[in-house]
Design a protein around this ligand. Structure first.
Ligand code: B12
Length: 226
């Protein structure tokens, strides 16, 4: 009854698009509540909403952003409850946690578990990209002591594509292809992205950093939108 497969099925039945399991002991123990494993939950963004942000963010994208964040928080809590019922420890991270410092780095970026569980790769735009949904996804993490093994990690499938580099209104993306262990700064300038996302947000009356033009420009996202 309590197996990884059952947990995955339960989460998908309740709206998760993809679920991954990873051993995160390669990250510092104090950044993962001393727990060795992570469950990474992905929810895909609505196709029509993603189509609406080809050149600039929209109000409906902001509404979708809030809807998916709330859904991920619910799925994270559900996952933690399930793990505790199975006799494991569990700690759900908030989906939107920005306990980030001036360098815009959180203790445990959600993308880390996604990469280690083989759900996708880091695009040239620094977003997680999956074969199924491109980068039109948001994600969250639940730490646990349920034993899991890492799947094979994916290599970047960005090839020579420069769509996100060309589309970024903030000129934040360098165009370099991601390899495991690469620093974010080699891929992109997070401060330039943040400044532009603030401007873009202000244009539609939103105070948050909201953009997503790199999401809509990605050929893997366009494949999902077909
Ligand atoms: C701070 C932050 C920002 C900053 C900096 C962005 C950035 N890329 O770091 C600003 C304000 C600019 C920003 C902007 C946006 N953000 Co933001 N942001 C975050 C936040 C809160 C923390 C990210 C962080 O710590 N970055 C630090 C760097 C080092 O990590 P990283 O780039 O996330 O990923 C690295 C690690 O995973 C590492 N890694 C990979 N494997 C392994 C393995 C091990 C063992 C280790 C140690 C590391 C490691 O390599 C990656 C590349 O360097 C996360 C939520 C979260 N808690 O994770 C959302 C998040 C990254 N944002 C998200 C989104 C969607 C956006 C925007 C599109 C805004 C919007 N919604 O309109 C833009 C576009 C950003 C872009 N192109 O990357 C999503 C990304 C979804 C996806 N498909 O990847 C996240 C995950 C939110 C969520 N819950 O879904 N964001």
């Amino acid at each position: 009854m309590y197996s990884k497969a059952t947990l995955e099925k339960t989460l998908k039945k309740n709206g998760a698009s993809l679920v991954g399991f990873s051993d995160v002991t390669s990250a510092a123990a104090d950044k993962r509540f001393n727990l060795p494993s992570a469950v990474t939950i992905l929810v895909a963004l609505d196709k029509d909403v993603v189509r609406s942000i080809e050149g600039a963010p929209t109000r409906i994208y902001y509404e979708e952003y809030k809807r998916v964040n709330a859904m991920l928080d619910r799925l994270g809590a559900m996952c933690a409850d399930w793990l505790r019922s199975a006799g494991y420890e569990a700690k759900a991270l908030p989906t939107t946690e920005v306990k980030s410092n001036e360098q815009l780095v959180t203790d445990f970026p959600h993308k880390t578990g996604a990469i280690l569980s083989g759900l996708g790769w880091i695009g040239k735009c620094a977003l997680l990209i999956t074969k199924e949904y491109g980068s039109a996804i948001r994600l969250t993490t639940v730490f646990t002591d349920m034993p899991v093994q890492n799947a094979d990690m994916m290599v970047s499938l960005c090839g020579r594509c420069t769509q996100c580099t060309n589309a970024c209104p903030g000129g934040a993306i360098t165009g370099k292809k991601w390899e495991y262990g690469m620093q974010r700064s080699e891929l992109y300038d997070a401060c330039a992205c943040q400044a532009e996302a603030r401007l873009q947000g202000a244009k539609i009356g939103v105070e948050n950093t909201i953009c997503g033009v790199c999401i809509a420009s990605c050929p893997w996202t366009k494949w999902y939108l077909r």
